[in-house]
Design a protein. Structure first.
Length: 162
């Protein structure tokens, strides 16, 4: 690949990543960005994906290493307050502190509040032609994909605390 000499932050970050990947002998680079679906997707959510995509674009210009972008929904987070811009606020108020994926959809379209917001986010990002894979923490927990990481934390509890 062509050496790009740029001091723009996406290139600085891309070069750091490439160096780390080469040191570890990695053959793929996985980028991840995330959001908490406690409200409707907004410009900040878009910005998270856009900034990550800027580093990806810089990375692709300096490396042939294949990349993936994961957009991760923290939909197991508890809802702390009722958003002001949704219908049925009283219904949602009854479910404060519960995981977003366990709260009914106030729009009464999907099975949960997070499912509604996740769907909105995916459609929003697709509209701007981002290339990504959507991931849900609820699905990962239910499918056991976090089990080995959680077990490692339990096994190393004393080391972590110290």
């Amino acid at each position: 690949m062509e050496e790009i000499n740029s001091n723009l932050w996406p290139f600085i970050e891309a070069k750091k990543l490439l160096k780390r990947l080469n040191e570890k002998g990695k053959k793929e680079c996985i980028f991840q960005t995330g959001y908490g679906p406690s409200g409707l997707p907004h410009i900040g959510t878009f910005g998270e994906v856009l900034r990550t995509s800027m580093v990806i674009k810089a990375f692709k210009s300096i490396s042939d290493i294949p990349i993936k972008l994961f957009v991760f929904s923290d939909d197991m987070d508890g809802l702390r307050k009722v958003p002001q811009n949704i219908p049925n606020p009283k219904m949602i108020e009854e479910h404060l502190e519960k995981p977003l994926s366990s709260i009914p959809d106030p729009f009464e379209i999907f099975g949960s509040f997070s499912e509604y917001n996740n769907n909105k986010l995916v459609k929003f990002l697709e509209r701007f032609e981002f290339n990504f894979e959507f991931k849900s923490s609820t699905k990962y927990y239910k499918d056991g994909k976090f089990n080995s990481g959680l077990e490692a934390i339990f096994d190393n509890y004393e080391k972590i605390i110290n």
